[in-house]
Design a binder for this molecule. Structure first.
Ligand code: FES
Length: 282
């Protein structure tokens, strides 16, 4: 069992939970993730390791309530425990000293970028971070990113905070104006956002790394659930990724595959809500 040591609400329906997982904390590198189960008959849920503390033996996971299992996970409180956690899984982020790097996080995708920013700074880069949300309350982790990045640009679709517009608008501005050219871009967030970032950097050929979030089951390359097409080749995000060259990813296929189970997820959420009502939980 993996005890929950802390839980913080970051935004509406978005929580950060700190879990005791010493062996995972010790081995974690940027870009890696875990697969967990809330209870021993539960669904397997892949989540990026947003932060880790090897000395304290803890990992931080960010969960957005989007379905029955994430709601169950977010409802756990300090002192309760997760049934099991497998990890760290996936290949670590490839980190080099590029000079100037832009790192982009959209919504809960921002969870992916914190360890990347730490790693890129350690390698000697100047790191400009762009984080986006629909509205001010949905922009997360600005404070912690501000402690490690050279600069953080929050962006909101409705203009309620920071740059008024999409993260790609801010990226275009930076690519035009930066005194030191941006040599690499890392992006994590919703599929349309990552696709738009890749299209924005394609004309200049700027290296663009995206962190994909396909459906995962086993996380070990056995089930095929996380199949993605990159550069015309079939790869598995759990063992070959989750980070890939954004200019080579077939985003349409990824989007279609992610949409396949939407109706099942909706049904499961409705069943869970109905159960909660029956039990007077809601
Ligand atoms: Fe099963 Fe990747 S999650 S092959």
């Amino acid at each position: 069992m993996f005890e929950i040591l802390d839980k913080q609400q970051l935004a509406e329906r978005v929580y950060c939970i700190t879990v005791a997982a010493p062996r995972i904390a010790k081995k974690h590198q940027p870009g890696q993730f875990v697969i967990l189960r809330v209870h021993d008959r539960g669904e397997r849920v892949p989540l990026t390791i947003a932060m880790s503390d090897a000395a304290a033996g803890t990992i931080g996971l960010i969960v957005q309530v989007a379905g029955a299992t994430s709601a169950q996970l977010a409802s756990l409180e300090k002192g309760q425990a997760l049934s099991d956690i497998a990890g760290p899984l996936g290949k670590p982020t490839e980190i080099e000293d590029y000079g100037h790097v832009a790192v982009i996080g959209g919504g809960v995708g921002t969870a992916v970028i914190y360890p990347q920013v730490v790693g890129l700074k350690r390698a000697g880069n100047r790191v400009s971070v762009i984080i986006g949300g629909r509205t001010k309350d949905l922009v997360i982790l600005e404070d912690v990113l501000g402690e490690v990045a050279d600069v953080v640009y929050p962006c909101t679709d409705d203009g309620s905070y920071g740059y008024h517009g999409l993260v790609t608008g801010k990226l275009a501005e930076l690519m035009d104006q930066a005194d030191t050219p941006i040599k690499a871009v890392y992006a994590a967030g919703p599929v349309p956002m990552m696709k738009a970032v890749a299209e924005a950097t394609r004309p200049s050929g700027t290296k663009t790394v995206v962190s994909l979030n396909p459906i995962m089951v086993d996380g070990t390359g056995m089930c095929g659930g996380c199949r993605v097409t990159v550069g015309g080749k079939m790869l598995f995000a759990c063992v070959d990724g989750p980070e890939f060259d954004g200019h080579e990813v077939d985003f349409k296929e990824l989007w279609d595959r992610l949409s396949t189970y939407k109706s099942f997820e909706k049904e499961a959420m409705e069943r869970a809500q109905h159960r909660c009502k029956l039990e007077n939980v809601l």
